[in-house]
Write a protein that binds this ligand. Sequence first.
Ligand code: FAD
Ligand code: SF4
Length: 483
Amino acid sequence: MAETMLKFVYNGKAYPEKRLAEIRRADFEGIYQPLVRAKAEAQAARCSQCGVPFCQSACPLGNDIPDWLMLAAEGRLEEAFRSAAATNPMPEICGSICPQDRLCEGHCVIEQSGHGAVTIGAIEKFLTEEAFARGWAGPVPVGNWGIGERAPGIGIIGAGPAGLAAAEMLRRQGVDVTLYDRHDRAGGLMAYGIPNFKLEKSLVARRVARLEASGVQFRQNCDVGRDISFAELRARHDGVLITTGVYKARALDCGKDSVKSVLPALDFLIASQRARPGAADKRLSASGKSVLVVGGGDTAMDCVRTALRQDAREVVCLYRRDRAGMPGSPTEVRHAEEEGARFHFLLAPAAIEGDRRAGFRVIANRIRLLDADAMGRRMMAPVPGEFENFAADLVISALGFEPEDLPVLFNEPGLKTARDGRIRAGARDFATSLPGVFAAGDIVRGASLVVWALKDGKEAAGAITHFLRSAPETRRVVELAGA
Ligand SMILES: Cc1cc2nc3c(=O)[nH]c(=O)nc-3n(C[C@H](O)[C@H](O)[C@H](O)COP(=O)(O)OP(=O)(O)OC[C@H]3O[C@@H](n4cnc5c(N)ncnc54)[C@H](O)[C@@H]3O)c2cc1C
Ligand code: SF4
């Protein structure tokens, strides 16, 4: 092992080749070139094979990273892929969009010792692409629920990563699965939130097609609560899993009417991803405009970088904390800066005047950072009398998301939620306050990451299988309640 591994002393850290900023700004294609085999193996060989791998502890899925890095370094790519796929239902997607600098790679011991982390995400993606190309990925192995028994059926509301991961795990057990989603395409925010230059949509479509081939039924354009009632859905299935994510945009706190003309981040991103070339809705497009994005997280960076690709005249990002206090991935901020975005820190909009037709004037108040609170996050205070003005044709607000009011939307007051609207569900059994109804992903956790949604969806499927196997009498109660 020692001969193959621990090469971090000789081999420097290297990502796949990145396309030049001025070239990638002109399209929505991925920004990295595919990793070639020799480079993937050489990078995997940098791993120091720690006895206690911090990278694995920092990965929400607990991926056995040192194991598949060693297999990859030895050229045993199929085994490496199988090890990676054993814990992760979508390794190529996590490899593309996990904020590795905050997760696995940020905890890599050789990063801590100044040699630069192993590029874990890029290798994970490479292995899975090899697997699809060489036929190792194969179809989902559909289980047999039990000879002579009717396979139970589960309805899943929301075809995002949590719903898709649960669907795969349930099919593996032989459960019939129907996925309901309000959009015309499955994938949740992977399809309609995260832009193509971060996550190629073909990767999401390939996962969806694989599930379809395994017998998962997709009901797209079906908004539960509007096109079909929640009660009817419960009556149709032996159990229901809610994985609806969080979609209510947090509003700017400016107290002015013109805030109504401010564009919510997801409206902008969804319009961009739906648009056929040349057919974009001009009101929702940044083309030729001066754009101001408010926010400092990954969604804000996606808006900034989308506006640049739509050929905005200029793109400015306003954030109320300093650079170190930005909640998103530093890598994404770096990409945005390379592509031409300008950042203004320690400023928060105090008033917004104008509208999309006449143009906006954003009056931003200077912010001072104070001591940290009990959670270690520095508090903030506006500096009296210190303001800066910004002119913009389009203002986009990217301040995060909250849950919709699901008990109202589903006409089900018995569905218990936390004060902020997240569904209350058990940490282990994923059970909600309603018998036979489970919940997972962002709608329980709050706005989070794809990798956490995959973990939740996987584990919820395990809990649902246990429920279906152990409590047929409970299922009957659900059927009667829904009838
Ligand atoms: C702009 C943006 C960029 C992001 N970038 C990253 C990133 O780079 N890396 C990362 O790890 N995470 C990122 N995230 C976060 C990540 O996308 C989410 O944490 C993850 O998708 C949550 O998965 P989910 O399955 O819980 O919900 P979602 O992905 O939100 O899926 C929920 C699905 O439920 C459907 N739905 C909702 N209500 C109903 C209803 N009533 N009836 C039928 N269907 C319904 C929706 O249409 C949607 O398809 C980003 C998020 C945003 C908004
Ligand atoms: S799933 Fe995400 S955190 Fe885990 S190893 Fe892959 S890239 Fe790293």
